[in-house]
Design a protein around this ligand. Structure first.
Ligand code: UD1
Ligand code: CA
Length: 489
């Protein structure tokens, strides 16, 4: 099934294939993610690594891309909001605490315990660079290894380098140093080749460089970037790889950049879906979270939001303005306009909507029809069942081929507790039936339209509960007379 994970499964498969073919040298690799900073410029109570891009925390994007490199070790340096960041990381990485935020060099020093006894290459990246792809990281590693460098910096050329560290090169274009924006001379400020914040270091070279860092800069911090100049001055080989697409390596420091990254990531997801055989009628108004899967020949109308852990099968028709939040949609499903499915499943060939709401772990069985403005909450509709317009099922379970008439509802809540309703195979619930739970309607039973049903209905029977109809023959004439008496037209 096509998949839009930002780690690009196609690309990951290609990298794994090249590795299996022996085209990629497999030497030991450790990766370190710096995620301890305060993220001041976000002006947020939420730690920066947890700000979502396409529905998933930034740190998730970084970790899922890094895991495709199959590193031998993976460590994340945490600090501000450590508890919450660690929760988001789970067991995907070892975490190292940076108790005080004294700069990216200091943060890397805090990761050294995770590198104990490690002799290979160390890829270092920041938690605020969520869009980088596995191809770019692999290209960086390939170059680093081919050059036999002590360190290799991933760089890019941008139109506006404000805020980024500048790549200072000598006359022969060899890397001399990285100079931070706030420490740069007017001449250096004019340099448009920037440090992306992604590097590979040979482990021992990294340890040596970190020992020599000093806080002699505008912020009084230990900068990892100073390690580059330190290695160059020690006569070690430092290489640089320029990546062509600056958008991929943008750092997110504020909410404007967050929105920009969101836009880029959404575009990528939409492109991947379309290239995998999904029709998006209006891509620009279609919002798809990272990790959502959609089968081929599914058509998605304008204004749809496919969010969270949503999966959609093949050959579905998702009409305009449908929202799916952690929904499981089978094959050949028709979701009519303005439908919302949340934490629930709709099985193959079923139809829902328009304007309907299915939520709370509900399940719409194969071939079912849920009509307009209907609602299901914590309920299951057995295969082949129909639930007509304006009906409501809460805490209800139906068997196969049940018919729930228009306007029929369960009264599942008595103000204190919620109670179940069971409607067995083939039952026919008449329009506007009020089902007072707890209640069982037996197989093949009927309820008469407009009945208030509060007692179990035996299989195959009819339950009817409503007053006899009275006819008052001359009612209209009486009203006309009264209006005339009052002088009304
Ligand atoms: C950094 C680089 C800059 C580069 C840019 C790319 C340094 C000194 N500068 O600048 O050259 O162009 O990224 O986006 O590295 N962090 C910690 N502990 C700290 C400080 C920071 O873990 O004490 C983490 C942050 O959580 C963040 C990352 O390091 O994920 C980068 O920190 P940030 O303050 O965003 O650095 P920039 O100013 O963007
Ligand atoms: Ca940054």
């Amino acid at each position: 099934m096509p998949h839009n994970d930002p780690g690009h499964p196609g690309a990951i498969a290609a990298v794994l294939h090249r590795r299996a073919q022996g085209e990629i040298a497999v030497s030991a690799l450790a990766v370190v993610v710096l995620a301890a900073g305060e993220g001041k410029r976000m002006k947020s109570d939420l730690p920066k690594p947890l700000h979502p891009v396409c529905g998933r925390p930034m740190i998730d994007h970084v970790l899922s891309t890094l895991s495709s490199l199959q590193p031998d070790r993976i460590a994340v340096v945490v600090g501000v909001g450590a508890d919450r960041v660690c929760d988001a990381i789970g067991d995907r990485a070892r975490t190292c605490e940076q108790p005080e935020q004294r700069g990216t060099g200091h943060a890397t020093l805090c990761a050294l315990p995770a590198l104990e006894g490690f002799a290979g290459d160390v890829l270092i990246t920041y938690a605020d660079i969520p869009l980088v792809t596995v191809e770019t990281l692999q290209a960086l590693l390939d170059r680093h290894r081919a050059e036999g460098a002590a360190a290799t910096v991933l760089t890019t050329v941008v139109g506006d380098p404000t805020g980024y560290g500048r790549m200072v090169r000598d006359d022969s274009a060899a890397v001399c140093a990285v100079v931070e924006h706030r420490d740069a001379s007017p001449e250096q400020l004019g340099i448009c080749e920037i440090n992306t914040g992604i590097y590979v270091f040979q482990a021992d070279a990294l340890r040596r460089a970190l020992q020599e860092l000093t806080p002699e800069n505008d912020q009084g911090e230990l900068y990892l970037t100073d390690g580059i100049g330190i290695l160059v001055r020690a006569g070690q080989k430092v290489a640089a790889v320029a990546t062509a697409d600056p958008a991929e390596v943008m750092g997110i420091n504020n909410r404007v950049q967050l929105a920009e990254a969101e836009g880029i990531a959404r575009d990528r997801i939409r492109r991947t879906l379309m290239l995998d055989g999904v029709t998006l009628i209006d891509p620009s108004s279609t919002f798809v979270d990272a990790g959502v899967t959609v089968g081929r020949d599914t058509v998605i109308g304008p204004g749809c939001h496919l969010l969270g852990a949503t999966t959609i099968g093949c050959c579905c028709e998702i009409r305009g303005h449908v929202t799916l939040r952690s929904a499981t949609i089978g094959d050949g499903v028709l979701l009519r306009d303005h439908t919302l499915i949340e934490d629930s499943a709709v099985r193959d060939e079923a139809q829902v909507g328009p304007f309907s709401l299915v939520r709370g772990n509900s399940d719409v069985g194969r071939g079912c029809k849920v009509g307009s403005s209907a609602e299901m909450n914590r309920s299951r509709l057995g295969d082949g069942s129909k639930m007509q317009h304006f009906s409501y099922l809460g805490d209800a379970t139906t068997g196969l081929d049940v018919n729930i008439g228009a306007g029929a509802i369960t009264c599942n809540y008595d103000g204190i507790d919620k109670h179940p309703t069971k409607i067995e195979d083939g039952a026919f619930v008449g329009s506007d039936t009020i089902m007072i739970a707890p209640l069982t309607i037996g197989a093949g039973a009927y309820t008469a339209a407009g009945s208030v049903i509060s007692k179990d209905v035996p299989a195959e029977s009819l339950a009817i509960e409503r007053g006899e109809q009275r006819i008052i023959e001359d009612w209209a004439e009486r009203v006309r007379r009264r209006r005339e008496e009052r002088g009304l037209a």
